[in-house]
Structure formats: C-alpha cells, structure tokens
Design a binder for this molecule. Structure first.
Ligand code: NZQ
Ligand code: ZN
Length: 390
C-alpha cells in the first residue's frame, strides 16, 4: 500500500423517497438562501423539480434558480452560476441532476467566493484556491459518474478547447433515490453504467502492490456493474438493478478503490479531449476508446489483464497462456459493449462537428499523457488509437 490519508466528507441518503425523508433535516444546517441548480429541464418533466421545490419552501428557504446546465458543462456556465450564487448570498448550492450539474456546481461554489478567475488559478498556474467554497448538496437524477461523492469536477473551456479536471470540496450530502433515475433514456442509463465500469477499470489498471485489497474491491465493482447492466438489457426498469448500479457508481468514484494505489485514467484523458472538440457523451466516448486503448497496453500488464479476464468475465484459464487469457478479457469487454448497443466507432457518437483525421490529431496533441497505467502512451499512439476507431 502507498502511504495514505483517508477521510470521507459526504453524508449519503440512499433509497426510495430519500429526498422527502432526509432533505428537510439536511437543509437545516444551512442559511436561508439556496441556489437551486439543474440541467436542461428533465426534472420539470418527471416531477423531481416540484418535489424538491416543495421541500425547500416548507423548510422556509429563499430559492434562486440556476438553470440550463448542459452536458459537458462549460467554464462560461460556471461563471454564470458563480455570479448568481454571489448575488443571492447562497448559503447552500443544491445541484439536482447528473454529473454535469453536480460538477458545474462544485466549481460554482468555489468561484463564488473568489475574486480571481479559478480557471487561470487552477488550470494555468496550477495553484489551489485558498478560500472555503459555499457548501454543496447533490440530488442525483442520473448515476454513473460518481460525482456526488468526490471533489473532482470536469469542466470544458470552450475557448481553450480543454475539458479538464478541477477540484473543489465534495458535496456535504447526497440524496441517491434510484426512483429519480427511472425517467432516464435507456442509452443514458447504459452509458452512465459504462462510465462506472470504466472508473473501476481505470483504477484497477493503475499500478498497485501485490495482493492489494483495493484491486479486489475494484474487481467486485466491475463484476457487479456488468451483472446489473446485463439485467437491465432484459428489463431497463428493474429497480434492484438500477439501485445496485447507483451504488456501484458511487463506489467507483468515492475514492475507496484508489486507497493506497496509483491509477491509470489515460482513457478518460483521451475521452475528455475528444469531448472538448466534439461535445460527445462521456460514457459513450469511453466505450469507443477503451478496447483500442487496452489492445495497445495489455502486454505491459499481462497478469493484471489475465486476472481481469478471469474475475470479471469468468473466462476459464484452462488451455490458455496468460497472454491468451489477457487478450480474451479485452475481447469480452468489446463484445459486452456491442451487446449493450453502446457505440464502437467515433462516427456513431453525437458530435457538434465532423470527426476527421485532422480533428483527431488535435485531440491527440492536447491529451494529457499519464504515467501510471500499464505504460505511458506517446501522442502518436493516442492518434493511432483514435484513428483505429474512426
Ligand atoms: O439536462 P437535463 O434536461 O436534466 O437532461 C440530462 C442530460 O441530457 C439527462 N437526465 C439527467 N437526469 C435525468 C435525465 N433525463 C431524464 N430523467 C432523469 N432523471 O441526462 C443527460 C445527461 O446528463 P449528464 O449529467 O450530462 O450525464 P452524466 O451524469 O453522465 O455526467 C457527465 C459529466 O460528468 C463528467 C463527464 O466528463 C461529463 O462532463 N464526469 C464527472 C466525474 C466526476 N466528477 O467524478 C467523473 C467522470 O469520469 C466524468 O468525467
Ligand atoms: Zn468517467
């Protein structure tokens, strides 16, 4: 195990009716002004907006709304939210949505108390903001990212063409009601769940010590994610599978899998830059890139890939070399992606521009190259991976 400090900051209320049951008490710790933040309007169609607003009003809160937070939230949207939070004197920002709304609000909370532009401070000068952010609460309506239980936030600076990770405080509390996710379109459910699988894989394939308990937990999270995704392919409305996935999502990104080890996350770096140029869906972008990335690097971590094949995909080692087993695991991952109906080609992704070799060169040239996966890629290899999936 690497040396570590572990502390858990988010109180989680999980289950049917969790907002009605627990939100009033959770709100009582904060001042009278609440910034209620949400996305493009799904919460107005499925009744969540009314339910949360009633709870806020009954708690005597003065509510200001911050609306229209887009998937892949932009730096301009963060600035808009920070100005609103400042103007209304928010004592709490309540983010109601998926990873995009929660991430945007994390940085809104930090930017609202800072004079300086946090993009310049964090992303250009690599400094850490000094002031404590406004407290944040999260009501999850789309699971997969695990954003509700960590302090990371992925923000797109459209001018700089960078989709990058920023940091703030994790939400003080999170409401996780699987019923709130029931109105999600099937493709978003599956791409969110694939994001969870990706987080566990990205953590597992980072460097860890032999017999590390975090690896065992990561493999269990992967198995559980795959089993429950398979259940949803039969019945997308299966509550038990949806609730299991809501918790594997949180488990994969609440830091517990990362305890005492290094992580990979190169696939995420590639997807983030692809997102910066195309605005593609995060989970779907990962589904396209993962198998091609693993085909590049497996031979530098054969025992880990072989264990992944055995433990996650149940592939028998009998009659196979470790190398064959390792490759069979990657094939099983790709077959699973196809079975889920997730995209395997870049051209299948939603994109605001045409995806061309020239664009992919720019994506490759702006991708962070991380050192702790099976091996570090070169920029040309990132480009080749992307071209393989065009
Ligand atoms: O905007 P609305 O109208 O609410 O629609 C959203 C959006 O179109 C819709 N939706 C959400 N809840 C719904 C619903 N539709 C019907 N019923 C509901 N109950 O779903 C769409 C996608 O929402 P979004 O929040 O964009 O998806 P997701 O949760 O996958 O978040 C993606 C963002 O999170 C970042 C990604 O990069 C991306 O920007 N990530 C954040 C991480 C973190 N903070 O730990 C880790 C991840 O690796 C990831 O990078
Ligand atoms: Zn992710």
């Amino acid at each position: 195990m690497k040396d570590l400090v572990y502390e858990y900051p988010t109180k989680v209320y999980f289950g049917k009716g969790a907002a009605k049951e627990h939100l009033p008490a959770a709100l009582s710790a904060y001042g009278p002004n609440v910034l209620l933040a949400y996305g493009g309007g799904s919460i107005k169609k499925n009744g969540i907006y009314e339910e949360i607003l009633d709870i806020l009003r009954a708690a005597g809160k003065r509510v200001t709304e911050f609306t229209g937070i887009m998937s892949n939230p932009t730096w301009a949207k963060v600035r808009e939210g920070a100005a609103l939070a400042r103007d209304c004197g928010a004592g709490l920002v309540l983010a109601v949505g998926g990873g995009s709304v929660i991430d945007c609000c994390k940085i809104v909370c930090a930017q609202a108390v800072e004079e300086e532009d946090l993009w310049d401070l964090e992303m250009v000068r690599h400094e850490v903001p000094a002031k404590a952010p406004i407290p944040l609460g999260a009501v999850v309506t789309a699971s997969g990212t695990g954003a509700e239980m960590n302090g990371g936030a992925v923000i797109t600076n459209e001018d700089a063409k960078i989709k990058g990770g920023m940091f703030s405080a994790a939400p003080r509390f999170a409401i996780l009601d699987p019923e709130y996710t029931m109105s999600l379109p099937q493709m978003q459910v599956l791409s969110g769940a694939f994001d969870t699988l990706s987080h566990a894989m990205e953590t597992y394939f980072g460097r860890s010590d032999r017999d590390n308990v975090s690896d065992e937990v990561a493999l269990a999270v992967m198995r559980s994610t795959v089993v429950n995704m398979r259940t949803l392919l039969e019945d997308i409305g299966d509550y038990t599978a949806r609730s299991n996935l809501m918790w594997t999502s949180a488990m994969a990104e609440n830091g517990i899998l990362k305890v005492g080890r290094l992580t990979d996350f190169e696939c995420h770096q590639i997807e983030h830059q692809l997102g910066a140029y195309t605005d593609c869906n995060h989970g779907q972008g990962l589904a396209v890139i993962h198998p091609a990335y693993y085909r590049r690097v497996w031979s530098s971590a054969v025992p880990k890939f072989a264990r992944f094949a055995r433990n996650v995909w149940g592939i028998s080692a009998e009659g196979k070399s470790e190398e064959e087993l390792a490759q069979a695991g990657i094939q099983a991952l790709e077959a699973f992606i196809r079975a889920c109906g997730l995209p395997t080609r870049l051209t299948e992704l939603r994109s605001r521009v045409e995806i061309t070799p020239e664009l992919l060169r720019q994506v490759a040239d702006s991708t962070n190259l991380l050192p702790n996966g099976p091996r570090q890629l070169t920029r040309d290899e990132v480009y080749e991976i992307l071209m393989e999936r065009l």
